[in-house]
Design a binder for this molecule. Sequence first.
Ligand code: HEC
Ligand code: HEC
Ligand code: HEC
Ligand code: HEC
Ligand SMILES: [Ca+2]
Ligand SMILES: [Ca+2]
Length: 345
Amino acid sequence: MKAGWIRRYAMLTGLLACWLQPVAASPDYSGCESCHGTFNEGDYISQHDGAAWETHLMAGHQPSVDNKCMACHLREAPSPVFTNFSDDGTFSKSCVGCHGRQEDVTGNCTGLATDPRSEVHCGAGAGLRLHHERQVGQGTCSQCHDRDPTPAPERRLPSNYLEAVSTIVDSCNSDGSEARFGATGLDNDGDGLRDQEDSDCQFFLNAGLNDAWFNPATPGQGFLLTVLEETGIVFLAWFTYDVSEPTAGATAVIGDPGHRWLTAQGPFDGDTAALDVFLSAGGRFDAADPAVGPPTQSGTLTVQWDDCGAANVHYDLEGAVPGVIPIQRLTEDNTPLCEMLLDAQ
Ligand code: HEC
Ligand code: HEC
Ligand code: HEC
Ligand code: HEC
Ligand SMILES: [Ca+2]
Ligand SMILES: [Ca+2]
């Protein structure tokens, strides 16, 4: 249900001038206005890249929150707009839903809050504040926020980016979603480097990727892989099937005559592993005799990771048309380990 003031806004816009302006400072937008101007009026010019928005800040933001007014506002009145809480259940953190990260919430408040609700996410905007401290001037924010944590790395997603209705999904901005106006997105962690120029956005293979991986579109086949960090090698087993089904009457004692297993190994660099695929043949179930012949190379795989949860396997195999398989983890158990190892780099 839309709040009463929105209806009045639509019908009697002129009366808005009568609303009392808040006198409070920075827990709400009034503390930003002196530099960024009126949020819902004028044509905004970006302070970081000079891009002309050709509309005001509020209209420029609305599509990315699915035009939900309560993503930023409170139902009780259109002003003040707090930086860290709002009334929409989907986007309930106002500005810090995108300009902050949940990981940075410390509970260290300034002690100057004008509304107890603005103390729920204290710390969240640490990256935004560090950006101002560096680019605008020391003390701009730290005169009140003097106990901010070291912000979580650039690639750590603000909570709104994970919402299904948000059009902004990547703080590394490799898909352009964070840069609606101008060429670049935000410097989410305030180290002065944006998106891909921030080394936090470079993905490195690590042992947190050791897992079962599969493509949900082709259940019943997949990969078990292990990243041997010390050796610098990735080893994987690929459980799949022949390119065509076995001829009628073909039998197997254990398993299906169509089963194929392939192994692959090779070095990795950055986000990519380049593997040679091997076929082993001639053995018997749990027997040393007959000896399995030396494996023959039958193609190559290139596995490239987007992040701790997604990769693409490019295959080029004898007897098959080259292709790409998008894979994800079977379970999330090792995802925190992967994130932790990336943070440590
Ligand atoms: C003293 C002036 C000043 C105040 C006060 C101020 N800003 Fe800024 N802000 C700037 C300038 C200048 C930039 C551009 C910095 C740059 O990237 O070179 C900026 C950049 C930003 C950016 C873009 C950050 C990025 O990653 O590119 C956001 C978002 C922002 N401000 C939000 C806010 C909010 C929210 C507040 C209030 C809590 C606020 N600002 C208060 C001057 C200010
Ligand atoms: C991205 C956050 C955001 C969204 C989404 C948003 N607003 Fe705003 N709006 C603001 C901010 C910030 C202000 C400035 C408040 C202030 O200066 O006190 C503002 C100001 C306003 C004002 C003027 C208030 C006053 O007293 O001057 C009105 C009216 C308003 N918004 C209506 C809407 C409506 C209607 C929608 C949905 C269609 C909407 N807003 C969506 C952030 C937002
Ligand atoms: C849905 C995510 C989202 C929400 C919520 C959000 N922002 Fe933004 N904001 C962005 C993104 C992304 C940009 C950069 C857009 C671009 O450059 O194309 C941005 C840009 C800005 C800028 C312009 C910085 C510059 O380039 O000068 C300001 C100021 C700003 N936001 C303030 C706010 C304030 C204040 C709120 C809360 C009332 C808010 N934002 C809520 C995502 C969001
Ligand atoms: C005059 C004091 C003051 C200044 C200066 C100030 N803030 Fe705040 N800010 C507050 C208060 C009070 C709160 C409410 C939460 C609390 O008490 O910590 C708050 C909360 C916030 C929040 C949401 C909660 C959090 O901790 O992240 C953001 C984001 C924020 N401020 C951004 C900024 C930015 C960016 C600057 C510098 C451009 C700034 N503030 C400067 C007083 C201030
Ligand atoms: Ca970014
Ligand atoms: Ca950065």
